[in-house]
Design a protein around this ligand. Structure first.
Ligand code: GLU
Length: 260
């Protein structure tokens, strides 16, 4: 039996390095291919999909002509404000071509940790799903400050899985999965299955967060820890590789799977 055939609701997190090219431009062909696969999940496989997307700051930097990621909060927030609308326009256009509507939701940590606001967020998401709209979530970077921040979308996506009681979190990254060593520096071996995260943490060289995004392997492992503690699966896949989501759903051994 295919591992994920009983999965109904899936959160797909798309990282900045997947969405952008080497020279920091939105990689529309990659986004288009991911959109096609999500369309396949929804229409052919009858799944419900929620996207958590990064890339607002990177897209904003591109539009504003900033070559280096700024350090100052006001600059990051300005870039996010400019980039978020470009990002949504891109998704909106590509999903419309597939015949699907999208809805934007910008969250901060306090929304998901305040019981009443959490309920409203959940209800909005479930209503979007009911009407076959693809919710596209990002952190509300242009107003989020330290106290109310998730800080990175790996963690945000794991909270979303819990919020909507999804069955699976797929983290699309620019590496093939978790390696025994930092895959961008040394040749480690890929780890296909993780049943005990504590054991994994002792085994690997975690590497450093990327320049364009924030996350890195550490936050992915933290997200996986949270999701698996809620009795759900988490998979890390290389989102730049063709048909990665389809291959996973068809039962091919790709990426790193974390079991509950
Ligand atoms: N929310 C950030 C953005 O859209 C990305 C955070 C992350 O890389 O995890 O640029």
């Amino acid at each position: 039996m295919k591992l994920f055939s009983n999965v109904k609701r899936i959160v797909v997190k798309i990282g900045t390095n997947v969405l952008t090219t080497e020279n920091n431009r939105l990689d529309v062909s990659v986004i288009e291919h991911i959109v096609e696969q999500i369309n396949w999940l929804v229409k052919e496989k009858n799944k419900e999909v929620i996207i958590v997307t990064s890339g607002a700051i990177a897209a904003g930097m591109q539009i504003l002509g900033w070559k280096k990621r700024p350090k100052k909060l006001n600059m990051l927030q300005a870039a996010a404000s400019v980039g978020q609308s470009r990002l949504m326009r891109t998704y909106e256009r590509l999903f419309r071509e597939e015949g699907l509507n999208v809805g934007q939701i910008l969250l901060t940590r306090d929304v998901l940790t305040t019981p009443e606001r959490r309920l409203y967020a959940k209800s909005t998401l479930l209503t979007l799903l009911k009407y076959k709209v693809i919710p596209i979530i990002n952190e509300n970077d242009s107003v989020a400050v330290e106290e109310i921040k998730f800080g990175d979308n790996d963690i945000l996506s794991s909270f979303v899985v819990d919020l909507v009681d999804a069955d699976l979190l797929i983290i699309l990254s620019d590496v093939d999965g978790i390696f025994t060593d930092d895959p961008k520096k040394n040749k480690g071996k890929i780890i296909r299955e993780v049943k005990k995260i504590e054991k994994l943490e002792k085994m690997i060289n975690i590497g450093s967060p990327s320049k364009k995004g924030i996350g890195g392997i550490k936050s992915k492992i933290e997200a996986a820890k949270f999701v698996t503690s809620k009795n759900k699966c988490c998979v890390i896949l290389n989102g730049k590789k063709p048909n990665c989501i389809k291959k996973l759903m068809k039962g091919e051994k790709i990426g790193t799977i974390f079991y509950p």
